[in-house]
Structure formats: structure tokens, C-alpha cells
Design a protein around this ligand. Structure first.
Ligand code: SF4
Length: 316
């Protein structure tokens, strides 16, 4: 059973540290919780959920980390609150790697259902009115319903697409739309002139050079401006959720050395594949500070906080 409800927040526009990943300087999360409930999801291990346990318990959610996927508290008043915030806001944070971008969303899927899609559209319209740069990140094709708004030089739409294997997806992220639907949505978005990116993330350890090669050839058909990549980790409550879902590889990558070795192997594989497919310039590695001691430190520092290659309209 899914616990659903409404949640009020004071300021929907939060500064974000996701500039380290080249994603944004601000985030807007349209809900707390996510009904996609992906087994590997890192969100329940982040402070957003960990420091909010009491509030969530009051809403009837007993274990906000392990019950991830079984609750959704929607923030209906975001468009109204966002208008108030932007009308008063005098300064705008713009780091070299965050580029002043607003990401919807980092802690939930902004297009997981019609309700969140409506709030997302409302927020996007207000951000556009204020000439802000917007990055959408979703696993759902529902954004195609909003192409009239989303085809804009100040918006880039991205989908998380770690693999193109629907069967594998049913084991790892059974409640999210299958990769074949996501892939087709990206092709349609490309045909309609939407600016796109893709997050090949997080990849399970069984993906090897041949998989990346095949995959990159397919995704280059919709010309993503940036191709983000990172492998799965199992260092929070997601390790237990993956094991509960029957994903035995989680017990192997729970060991830091194994995780790091797998990271490095896949990093080499995706770079080699990207070189051969001709998209190395678009590949953006989400390097992880915990690799320190396992890879050359300059390689790490080069990627953490590196700006992405896509260009934005000048007006922010
Ligand atoms: S769609 Fe994203 S936020 Fe939602 S459960 Fe999956 S990984 Fe987490």
C-alpha cells in the first residue's frame, strides 16, 4: 500500500551541491518520496530523508528508508511559493559547473504521475518567465505531454537510462517505466527538437565493454548533449533493499574495494566504448570522492566539479 498525501514547504528552491556532478546550482523537489521505488535509489540515505524521519513518521511512514517507494507526499503549492520566492530574490548562485541551472528533481521523479507532472509544468513555466536555466531528470515518458513548453533553449530534458534491457530493469527498478519506453520517449523528444541529455546511471556490475558499445551507439541516435555515467554503489540502506530484491551483486559491491575495482573497470570500458562510437566529448563521469586511494588523484579532481559541455542561452 502506498501512503499518499500533501506536504507544505516554505521555500521550494533549494541551493544544491550537485554542481559537483555538473548538474545544477539549485533543485526543486516536487514531492517527498518516489513511487518508482528503485531498489538502488540513494535518496533515502541522504539527509533529505534521514533528517526528516520524525515528520515522516507523523505522516504514517514507519521506516522512511526501508519503506522507500511506498510513500509520496506531493508539494502542490510549489508554483505559488516559487513565484513568491523568485519575485523577492535579488541574487542568483551561478558556479562554473552548476551554471545557475535549476534541476527538477534530485530527490524524486518529477514526472512519476499526472499530479507531479502538473506541479513540474507549473514550476517550469515560472522559471522560464524568470529566464532561468532548467534541467529535468526523470525515468518517465510523461514529459512528452509537455513538449510545447519543454522545447526551449533554456531547458534540457534528461532521462536515467542505465541499460536498454527491459528484463534486467524489472529486477532492479520494477516500478519505473521500462527502458524501451524511455528510449522511445527520447527519440520522440529529439524528433521534436527538444534539448536532451542522458544519465547512464547507475550501471550494475555485469555491464561490460560490449554492452557500453552497443548502448552508446543506440543512444547517439537521439543526440544527447551530455552523457552522464556512474555505477551502482551499495553503501546506504539501498544495499539492503537491493539484497531484498534478490540482487546478489549488492553483497559484492558493498565491500569498498570491490566497488572501487568495479567502478574503475566500468569507467575504462565506457571511455573505450565512447571513443569508438565517437561520443567521448559528451561523456561526463560522475566520479566519486570515495575512489580516493584507488585511482590517480588528478583524474578524480579533474571530474569532480567539472562543467558539462552543453551550452546555455546567455540570459539567466
Ligand atoms: S526514480 Fe529516481 S528518485 Fe525515484 S526511486 Fe528511482 S532513482 Fe530514486
Amino acid at each position: 500500500m502506498t501512503i499518499t498525501g500533501i506536504e507544505e514547504i516554505i521555500n521550494p528552491l533549494q541551493e544544491s551541491k550537485l554542481n559537483k556532478k555538473g548538474l545544477c546550482d539549485y533543485v526543486i523537489n516536487v514531492a517527498t518520496g518516489c513511487t518508482h521505488g528503485c531498489s538502488f535509489c540513494y535518496v533515502p540515505s541522504t539527509p533529505v530523508i534521514r533528517t526528516n524521519q520524525q515528520h515522516l513518521k507523523e505522516k504514517g511512514i514507519n521506516d522512511p528508508q526501508l519503506d522507500w517507494g511506498k510513500y509520496l507526499l506531493i508539494r502542490e503549492d510549489i508554483p505559488e511559493k516559487l513565484t513568491e520566492v523568485l519575485e523577492k530574490k535579488k541574487t542568483w548562485k551561478t558556479t562554473p559547473s552548476g551554471k545557475g541551472v535549476v534541476l527538477l528533481s534530485s530527490g524524486t521523479d518529477p514526472y512519476q504521475n499526472k499530479q507531479t507532472a502538473k506541479i513540474t509544468l507549473g514550476a517550469v513555466e515560472i522559471l522560464l518567465k524568470h529566464k532561468k536555466r532548467i534541467r529535468i531528470l526523470t525515468r518517465s515518458p510523461l514529459w512528452l505531454n509537455h513538449l510545447n513548453t519543454l522545447v526551449d533553449n533554456n531547458i534540457t530534458v534528461g532521462m536515467s537510462l542505465p541499460y536498454l534491457d527491459d528484463e534486467l530493469s524489472r529486477k532492479i527498478e520494477p516500478f519505473a517505466p521500462p527502458p524501451s519506453l524511455r528510449y522511445n520517449a527520447l527519440l520522440k523528444g529529439h524528433q521534436r527538437g527538444c534539448r536532451l541529455y542522458v544519465a547512464i546511471a547507475p550501471t550494475p556490475p555485469m555491464m561490460k565493454l560490449d554492452d557500453f558499445q552497443y548502448y552508446l551507439e543506440k543512444i547517439m541516435k537521439f543526440k544527447p548533449e551530455v552523457i552522464f555515467w556512474e555505477p551502482i554503489n551499495a553503501r546506504g540502506s539501498n544495499g539492503k533493499r537491493m539484497l531484498d530484491a534478490g540482487l546478489d551483486f549488492a553483497s559484492i559491491i558493498a565491500d569498498k574495494k570491490n566497488w572501487a575495482e568495479n567502478f574503475i573497470l566500468q569507467w575504462d570500458a565506457i571511455e573505450t566504448a565512447a571513443k569508438s562510437v565517437g561520443c567521448l566529448d559528451r561523456l561526463h563521469i560522475w566520479a566519486d570522492a570515495q575512489l580516493k586511494g584507488f585511482v590517480d588523484e588528478t583524474k578524480l579532481t579533474d571530474w569532480i566539479g567539472k562543467p558539462t559541455v552543453e551550452q546555455w542561452a546567455n540570459n539567466i
